[in-house]
Design a protein around this ligand. Sequence first.
Ligand SMILES: [Zn+2]
Length: 189
Amino acid sequence: MLTANRVCAGDQTGQEGQDKQDSGSMTNQKACDTGDHSAVILSADLHQEMCNLAAMQWPEECCGLLVASKQTPNRIRRVVAARNVADDPLRTFEIDPQTLIDTYRLARQSGDEVVGCFHSHPNGSVLPSTTDRGRADVDGFLWLIIATDNSGVLDSRMYRAHHQKPTNGQDGDVIRYFRRCVLTDGNPS
Ligand SMILES: [Zn+2]
């Protein structure tokens, strides 16, 4: 049997903190400098739903999207599980593009917005990987990471991706980093 470390060796090199990334792929940039963005309300039921999925999907990574009302973007209203269509789902994730299209469309129609994503780390690490940071191209986007191993769910944490422009005033690399959010149990809507 594969050990958890071998299973996800490609997705465990990252650490919390700052890292320079190419800004070329930055899309949908959104201001994130007003209000308190540290606390996120996620009901125990929705949280459990994602944890169950993560445990079920081991040794592969599960993935999906987090949707909130536009008025209360820090309160997760629903979660949308997606098929992981990555070439190597043991090491990384890629949300089924059809689910992305459908979820963004439905959110637009119903006054909601897609505020984040979730995925699992079958190697048991609850920290964002270097790969995650490289893919965090939406400033302010939430990232729930669920650590799993063959025994089930070990831990989970919510992070928010932050983009910081270079202080020298020049265009160029945007510094990307994840900041951990406080998770609060609460009603989804
Ligand atoms: Zn990851």
